[in-house]
Design a protein around this ligand. Sequence first.
Ligand SMILES: [Zn+2]
Length: 192
Amino acid sequence: MNERDLVVELLKTIPTRRCCDACLSRRTGIRPPRQVNQLCRRLVELGKLVREKGKCPLGNHTRVLNALTARRSTRTKSAVSPGSAGLGIEEAWRYVDRFCRALWNTHLDTGSPASLAEAITALRDEQIVPAHEANMMHTIRSLRNMVVHEDVDFGDHETAIARAAWEIIRAWGERDERALWRATMTMCAGHA
Ligand SMILES: [Zn+2]
């Protein structure tokens, strides 16, 4: 873990997810405090922190605090019952991944896909999944990848897109591939 990650991880352990440079330096062991200050300014540029004056929860003093920017990921990662409003992007992605592998194993007789992207595209090309539903699968895959690999904040708009895409896939799955859909759902529910 590099020093930047260390700062972020430490802030996550504080209930209000904020504290001043001096307390961060003391808690992380990153010295001198000026070094922490530079790291935090860089994190502000990266959009991970905001710096604003306030009362430091660790030191009972009022200073410029480093505050983690709000993320919705903890809420959207809550348990999903497929089709409910509690859909989380990670669960939706895992579910689509398993469903596509099940479709692949059932309908295609050619090894296994190298990636979910490849599976979705092949299933569409073979007209196993209609183009529209395949696009919705790609939507969930892309949203999830942006969250995981690009660290994009998952806000209300992204949640709305993911849920709508999910409902389109679900409607098709329930209608045309009910056995596989439900088998995969059961598997994921057991996993969660
Ligand atoms: Zn402090």
